[in-house]
Write a protein that binds this ligand. Structure first.
Ligand SMILES: [Mn+2]
Length: 299
């Protein structure tokens, strides 16, 4: 059984499913986490923090709950193995697509994205995957399964064109694969201090439509220590949100996930960050489009 209280709805608003544009899907699953487990508590922490997030977005000057947000019941973890979990998540995300809505998954470890991508593959034509992560996630298999959180992008590359941002940790085996197409990789140094250039590269390389997956360890552990496998030297909040906004405004984004929050008891800032990030992405995708980005972004 999930321990997520059913009454928790993202941002404290619960639009009837039929009327909503966004379906939030909590996936409290972390059975493929390798170092520090705890991402199973991520969805509850994000939903709880979201109740106290200011609805109005200062940057957009718009309330993302106006998009209409419905939070689905959490998907109960299947202990029999990651493959069964992939199927369960894929079915749930397909249901959201078939209802004409935007899925927003709250993880859970990053392996939940493999399930979402299975649904993206059947429901969208030639989609791109935009991946924010400290890790390349290009291992063919890990700890005996090809569905580990360390294999997300290896699976994604079998079916999709992919771009990876924020990577700073990969194995020798992954190195050659990662750099097959260097224009599809943005390291932290390519982004920080060069936001305008990085955004231009995203728009040059990425096609349409796009599914965006965020492993929160893409961020610097100074602002996001609550992950199972933190890596120093990560992205800033400003860089991540700026790039997400550019992509949301320049491309057709069809789904989004926030994964790998592993809450630290007593340290609430990471929970709020994750909740705010999800709210911002809803705003970026659904707010009435301005003619151009605000002058606060870019460099
Ligand atoms: Mn990672």
């Amino acid at each position: 059984m999930s321990d997520l209280p059913a009454a928790l709805a993202f941002l404290g608003v619960q639009e009837p499913f039929e009327k909503a544009s966004v379906a939030v899907l909590p996936v409290p699953y972390d059975l493929t986490t390798t170092y520090q487990p705890g991402a199973r508590f991520g969805p509850r922490a994000i939903l709880t923090a979201s109740l106290d997030v200011e609805l109005f977005d200062d940057e957009l000057r718009w309330d993302p709950s106006r998009a209409g947000i419905h939070t689905l019941d959490p998907l109960e973890p299947i202990a029999s193995g990651p493959e069964a979990m992939v199927g369960l998540i894929a079915g749930a995300v397909r249901g959201v697509f078939h209802a004409g809505k935007f899925p927003l998954l709250l993880g859970g470890d990053h392996s939940i994205t493999i399930g979402a991508l299975a649904a993206v593959h059947t429901d969208w034509e030639n989609p791109w995957i935009l991946h924010f992560d400290a890790h390349a996630d290009l291992r063919e298999e890990y700890q005996g399964t090809p569905f580990s959180h360390a294999c997300v992008m290896a699976r994604a590359r079998e079916s999709f064109e992919c771009m990876q941002v924020g990577v700073r940790s990969w194995s020798e085996e992954e190195d050659a694969v990662l750099w097959e197409r260097p224009e599809r990789v943005l390291r932290v140094a390519d982004v920080e201090g060069n936001l305008g250039t990085a955004a231009a590269r995203l728009c040059e390389v990425l096609g349409d439509p796009v599914y965006v997956t965020v492993d929160l360890d893409c961020l610097d552990p100074a602002i996001m220590p609550a992950t199972g496998t933190p890596e120093p030297g990560g992205l800033s909040w400003r860089a991540l949100t700026y790039l997400l906004r550019v992509v949301a405004e320049q491309r057709h984004v069809v789904g989004f996930d926030v994964t790998e929050l592993s809450p630290i008891p007593g340290l609430i800032a990471p929970d709020f960050l994750a909740a705010r990030l999800a709210a911002k992405m809803i705003g970026y995708v659904f707010h009435p489009r301005p003619d151009r980005l605000s002058s606060s972004g870019g460099s």
